[in-house]
Design a protein around this ligand. Structure first.
Ligand code: GSH
Length: 220
């Protein structure tokens, strides 16, 4: 059986977890705490950059979220998460890559701030503009369809972008100017795969408290 190395608070691992559930693939969940256990030799041997997620299929270990998603799609095509036609496939890839290359780095100063880090107004302003550019691009690309690149079924674009976009309000980044994305986020959040992989509020609060302590240590 597939082994899925994860952590309940990892956005990257959540993407793989959602894909596994959406595709109804059986797997064994191995949960890491990421409190140093990712540096244990056994795990380091399968994940050379000590990150989750990792998917182990027999003796084949796959790292990198997007590679894992592609592997699952190719090996388990019965419930597809990628469209077939060229235009929609390009939409899915654009959304995936813009999420990873443009949105994720822009969120760093907001994440820092949410953990009590020093707010750096210039950085926040610039990053806020970048987030707005991404959201406008996504709003346009989604159009009147329920999912990115599909009128009928969830795609890997929804899985990858959704996990980040639904988090934005918690970081103080409103979705009010993006009604289509807001409705799309609600649609994703109501799916069993999203609800099942939602980290518990207790876990989130404990993590925030731990990060705030760390930030305090860095300031003093
Ligand atoms: N590019 C990797 C990034 C994975 C990543 O950054 N994972 C984080 C959790 S979201 C992690 O394992 N951090 C622990 C560490 O780096 O020691 C991917 O897309 O899978």
């Amino acid at each position: 059986m597939l082994k899925f190395y994860s952590n309940p608070l990892s956005t990257n691992a959540r993407r793989v977890w959602i894909a596994l559930l959406e595709k109804e693939i059986e797997f064994e969940l191995v949960s890491l705490k990421l409190n140093g256990d990712q540096f244990q030799p056994d795990f380091w041997a399968i994940s050379p950059f000590h990150h989750v997620p990792v998917l182990a299929d027999g003796d084949f270990n796959i790292i990198e979220t997007l590679a894992i998603l592609d592997y699952l799609e190719a090996k388990y095509p019965a419930i597809p998460l990628l469209p077939q036609n060229a235009r929609d496939l390009a939409i899915v890839r654009m959304v995936q890559m813009v999420t990873v290359n443009e949105l994720t780095p822009a969120l760093s100063p907001f994440v820092r701030q949410s953990f009590g880090g020093a707010g750096e107004p210039e950085k926040l302003e610039k990053a806020g503009q970048q987030v707005a550019t991404v959201l406008s691009f996504f709003e346009e690309l989604l159009g009147d369809r329920p999912f990115f690149g599909s009128s009928s079924a969830i795609t890997l674009a929804d899985v990858v972008a959704g996990v980040s976009v639904i988090w934005l309000p918690e970081l103080g980044l409103s979705l009010d100017n993006y009604p289509k994305l807001q409705a799309w986020g609600d649609r994703l959040n109501s799916r069993p795969s999203w609800q099942q992989t939602q980290a518990s509020p207790e876990l989130v609060e404990a993590f925030k408290a731990q990060m705030k302590q760390l930030m305090k240590g860095q300031k003093s």
